[in-house]
Structures are given as structure tokens and as C-alpha cells.
Design a binder for this molecule. Structure first.
Ligand SMILES: C[S@@+](CC[C@H](N)C(=O)[O-])C[C@H]1O[C@@H](n2cnc3c(N)ncnc32)[C@H](O)[C@@H]1O
Length: 226
């Protein structure tokens, strides 16, 4: 199945909003760290419901927010959730970003980067569209150290790249980005029941759930364009 087929189905069944709700627990902390100045242009790669661009307009005064997604239904839903004329959603692929060289101030991506056909080519594209000093905030829950996420690939038809922390940093550097920060942001909002509730349908033990959410949470890697 292609990105379009897989995620159009998610959008049609309302999973775009479901993802937003779950991802917001950690995304909001990472978004708050972005060094966006009033009027700057931001691009959200794999925008899903498009919440990040809208939040950056509201909280940071981003001048223009674009969300790009490979699934037209996602982009259509995202556009329906706002009437802000300075927020725009486009259908496109990470491998070929429809933006001019150096035309974007900051790029954001949450739980999407690892779906890229060729993540190295995507990083090169991000480095190309960013202006010097622009940043790429890359947030992922699915990564090597977060062992309880590994099984997700079984449930998704699109191939996912599972890098570890070092591989993210090395790939950013290979693409010409300076790694400014790397951090695991814990999800403190997901409710973890008492020991007596385990095993549950999804979790063998409480310790596993704590490890997944409170320890590994969301891996944030920040690159800065030269
Ligand atoms: C798991 S969702 C995350 C959505 C949103 N960022 C969030 O935090 O809720 C991943 C999104 O990335 C998009 N996507 C995956 N691979 C893509 C690609 N190669 N090009 C463009 N969009 C892609 C999917 O269509 C989907 O909407």
C-alpha cells in the first residue's frame, strides 16, 4: 500500500484527529522550543490534521505555515479545520519538496519522517529549502531505543525506517545540518494504571508501559542549516 492509500484511509476514519490528540502530549513541548520569530515561515512535513502549523501561528506568530502531506484526504481535512488564510496545506512527497532553495525558516515533523522512501534524500531536501540558520525539529516516537514501538511496523503497510539516536545525528550531519540538540521528551499525560491492572490488552507489564511513555517518549533531534 502507498502512503496515499494507507493514510487517506486514516483520514477518512477520523484517525487524523486521534493522532493529534495523542501526539500533542509531547509535540507541544517540542513546538514550544522552536526558535520562531514573528513573521517567519514554517513547514510541517507529514502534517496529518495540520495542528502543528496552526499552533505555531497562534503561539509564535509564524507569518505563514505550510503543512505538506502525501495523503490528499489528510491535507483536505487539515484545510477544513481552519479558516486562517496564512495557513496552507499541500499534497506532496518528502522526496521532492515544492519549495524554493532557502525559502523556509523552520521545518517541523512529528511521527512522519521515518515513512520517507529515502530518509537521507529527505534530509537533503530539508537542508535545501531551509535558509541558513533555519531549523529542523524532527520528532519521532518510533525509534530503535524505544523497543516497545518496534511492533508498529506489523500494523502499517508503509515501510518505516528505524534509526537509533546516533543514526539520526549522523544522518543530519551527512545532510549538512548541525545537530543542535537531541532529547527524549517523556509523555507524562498518558495514564498508566496501577500494577494490579496488568497485563492489559496492550501491555504485558506496567514497567513496559512506563519505559515506553515516561522514559523513551518522543525522540527530538534538532538540526540547524548552515
Ligand atoms: C503518523 S501520521 C502523523 C501526522 C501528524 N504529524 C501528527 O503528529 O499527528 C504521518 C503522516 O505523514 C504522512 N506521510 C508519510 N509519508 C509521507 C511522505 N513520504 N510524503 C508526505 N507525507 C507523508 C502521512 O500521510 C501521515 O499523514
Amino acid at each position: 500500500m502507498s502512503v496515499r492509500e494507507e493514510f487517506d484511509e486514516w483520514a477518512a476514519s477520523g484517525r487524523d484527529r486521534g493522532m493529534e490528540e495523542r501526539h500533542w502530549h509531547t509535540a507541544k513541548h517540542a513546538l514550544a522550543r522552536m526558535p520562531i520569530e514573528r513573521g517567519e515561515t514554517v513547514l510541517d512535513l507529514g502534517c496529518g490534521s495540520g495542528y502543528a502549523g496552526r499552533a505555531l501561528r497562534e503561539t509564535k506568530g509564524a507569518g505563514r505555515a505550510y503543512g505538506l502531506d502525501g495523503a490528499p484526504e489528510m491535507a483536505r481535512n487539515a484545510a477544513d479545520y481552519t479558516d486562517d488564510p496564512d495557513v496552507g496545506y499541500v499534497v506532496g512527497d518528502f522526496g521532492s519538496l515544492p519549495f524554493a532553495d532557502g525559502s523556509v525558516d523552520h521545518v517541523w515533523s512529528m511521527e512522519a519522517f521515518y515513512y520517507a522512501d529515502d530518509p537521507h534524500a529527505t534530509l537533503a531536501e530539508i537542508a535545501r529549502v531551509l535558509r541558513p540558520g533555519g531549523t529542523f525539529y524532527c520528532a519521532v516516537n518510533y525509534y530503535e531505543e524505544s523497543v516497545h514501538t518496534h511492533e508498529w511496523q506489523e500494523f502499517i503497510s508503509v515501510e518505516m525506517t528505524r534509526w537509533d539516536r546516533t543514526q539520526y545525528r549522523e544522518a543530519f550531519r551527512d545532510a549538512g545540518l548541525v545537530v543542535a540538540e537531541q532529547d527524549a521528551i517523556p509523555d507524562r499525560e498518558i495514564e498508566i494504571p496501577d500494577e494490579s491492572a496488568f497485563p492489559t490488552e496492550d501491555w504485558d507489564s506496567r514497567a513496559d508501559m512506563v519505559e515506553r511513555y515516561r522514559e523513551h517518549g518522543t525522540l527530538l533531534t534538532v538540526g540547524v542549516a548552515r
